[in-house]
Design a protein around this ligand. Sequence first.
Ligand code: NCD
Length: 305
Amino acid sequence: MNLQGRHLIAPLDLSVAEMEGLFALAERIISAPEDFSDVCKGKLLATLFYEPSTRTRLSFEAAMLRLGGRAFGFSEPSSSSAAKGESIADTIRTIACYADIAVMRHPKEGAALVAAQSSSVPLINAGDGGHFHPTQTLTDLLTIRLERGKLGDITVGLCGDLKFGRTVHSLICAFARYSGVKFVLISPDELRVPEYVRAEMNDFAEVRDLNEALPDLDVLYMTRVQRERFFNEEDYIRLKDSYILNAAKLRNAKPDLMVLHPLPRVNEIATDVDDDPRAFYFRQMKNGMYVRMALIMSLLGKGQF
Ligand code: NCD
């Protein structure tokens, strides 16, 4: 696997073999993090966040710091020259003068692709509007792989906002390439998976009722209704509590179900689920840092460890 100098903009930018290489590296980092503590010494990571973030930005920064590199950037566009009207292309040209690798989150679909076209350093898409979020997918798949030992032959329920949820779109596109993956899409009619994502799946069912779908699932991927992508607040209010998973509902689920959520959660998982051994969302967020360490190393040409 040689990812040196590449961008990661969309989930299919990585082949299955390349993803597996990243997971293997992430697992080695998890088992001996101290072996990696100066792999990126002298390297700089820039974080360009035009949208709110807690986990993604901080896990990227923590990842770079844990590799012995350094990180800098902005966490709101009002503090960058975007506020003066600078284009994304010019901003990324600037950043490429200062940093060795960059991570960008932007509210517009396609923004990361536009930036990558003007970037002389590897650029990682940390979310472009309601489109894709490929490093969340690496996080999600690593979490499943660590628990089950492999990624095929599995029934995956995705529940909530499947229309605007970029983590859902990325996960489906990447996961559909493994054999024996069956998707159960659980959403209100108005929040169904868009056509370009639907086209990636070989085996899927669409349902409205979570309780009905739950007993068959090996993974349940809960998502937040993406308020910031709605055109009007009334629709958001009507749809926001469409699904609320709680301990009582989980009684009908498999004993080895994995409940995942990219976080942040609003109401869609009650806190009485948090102590259930099937709740994986906090472990998932930790795995995000390790797989981002593997990704940063690899894009910087230090993945042959
Ligand atoms: C997700 C995102 O930004 O798309 N968050 C994350 O990166 N973990 C999910 C969300 O905001 O609902």
